[in-house]
Ligand binder design. Structure first.
Ligand code: CUA
Length: 391
């Protein structure tokens, strides 16, 4: 949206307010402005249609904008497309999320029933039979329609919700993953059943399908919230506490997790990939993760490793098998094997690494790592290529 368009929209908005429009128009104007902004930043036709559906008939300004009429089909498509995808609680791929999705639909049906009955009675007494009612009829309407019916439906929903709770609290089956919420990334430590030393990774979680994995959640600094919508509900990560969540994926695939509690400047940039694979594949992967980093063979990769060590990256990062043993930032031993870098915000490519190293603070404001844009471009590229090679 251009600066002029924003100014015009603001002007129209304030014109509504100052012209003493009714409170209803004032609210509608705000909705219209928000939707118009969405329409302008996303040229998506569906959003445009929704904007026009809400505003076309109510606001002269919306008519001026020639937003065009829309059909209810567009609105339905717009809403229903939000139910699918790798970060949707309504496309469950885990036991916890399945329970929560069932509960959501049950509550939606219950809410729709209550709304229909209560509004039905209101329409009955105001439109269908608007005359005076006897005291007995009025009492019956209030007691049965306004009290008894909602209480019964809500009690059924409560009982149903309580029956789902035990399934969410089942114990894990051996593998434990300790996740720590950092500023603004995720530290993952895998504890297989018969191992003393954890296997450290970051910003990506791998899980075997069909197995209950215990996730312990902590945070050293501020409160975060660990949420993989397709697999389970969200659980807070609170400094000084260890919360426990059990994940039991039911489908293989790649999902997306996201911090769900405002935790500072880069809260919205704190995501992670979740890769659910078959058990054998998971065991192979974990065994590889436990090994030290690959030794680079190509001269340019060796140069990248030497620059990585000489520039002091090892003060914050660990690359097992080298002298880099820092623990402030993410473990980079197998960083090239992850789907994304920067906690779910950039694709895992050499260019992304180079971009990240040179402009860290622009990409993720406030993160502990400073930007290294002062390094010569060639050196940044060499370090980027080395990191990308760490599969
Ligand atoms: Cu971490 Cu929001």
């Amino acid at each position: 949206m251009s600066g002029t368009a924003i100014a015009v929209a603001r002007f129209r908005f304030s014109a509504f307010v100052h012209a003493g429009e009714s409170a209803r128009k004032y609210r509608l104007a705000r909705v219209w402005l928000a939707l118009k902004y969405l329409r302008d930043v996303n040229s998506d036709r569906v959003i445009r249609s929704v904007a026009s559906a809400f505003c076309f008939r109510c606001l002269p300004a919306a008519r001026d904008a020639r937003l065009g009429r829309t059909s209810p089909v567009c609105i339905s498509v717009f809403i229903l497309t939000a139910c699918a995808g790798p970060q949707s609680a309504l496309a469950p791929a885990g036991v916890g999320a399945e329970n929560l999705a069932q509960l959501f639909w049950a509550m939606l049906i219950g809410a729709a029933l209550i709304w229909t009955v209560v509004v039905g009675f209101a329409v009955y007494v105001t439109c269908i039979k608007p005359g005076a009612h006897s005291e007995t009829t009025a009492s019956r309407l209030i007691i049965w329609g306004g009290v008894a019916f909602p209480v019964i439906v809500l009690a059924i929903l409560l009982a149903y919700g309580l029956t789902l709770m035990p399934g969410l609290r089942e114990a894990g089956e051996g593998l434990r993953i300790a996740v720590s919420g950092e500023l603004w990334w995720w530290r993952m430590r895998y504890f297989p059943p018969d191992t003393e030393n954890p296997i450290e990774s970051a910003n990506e979680i791998r899980l075997p399908v069909g197995q209950r994995v215990e996730i312990t959640l902590t945070s050293p600094e501020v409160i975060h919230s660990f949420w993989i919508p397709n697999l389970a509900g969200k659980v807070d990560m609170i400094p000084g506490r260890t919360n426990v969540l059990v994940l039991e994926p039911t489908k293989t695939g790649v999902y997306r997790g996201q911090c769900a509690e405002f935790c500072g400047a880069s809260h919205a940039l704190m995501a992670f990939s979740v890769v659910v694979v078959e058990r054998d594949e998971f065991d192979d992967w974990l065994e590889k993760q436990a090994r030290p980093a690959l030794r680079p063979r190509a001269p340019e990769l060796k140069a990248g490793r030497d620059l990585f060590l000489a520039t002091g990256c090892g003060a914050c990062h660990t690359v097992r098998g080298t002298r880099a043993a820092g623990i402030i930032g993410p473990d980079l031993t197998h960083v090239g094997g992850r789907l994304t870098i920067g906690a779910g915000i950039l694709p895992n490519e050499i260019d992304s690494f180079a971009h990240w190293i040179a402009e860290t603070q622009q990409i993720k404001p406030g993160v502990h790592m400073p930007s290294f844009g002062m390094l010569p471009k060639g050196e940044i590229k060499a370090i980027a290529a080395y990191l990308e090679s760490l599969k």
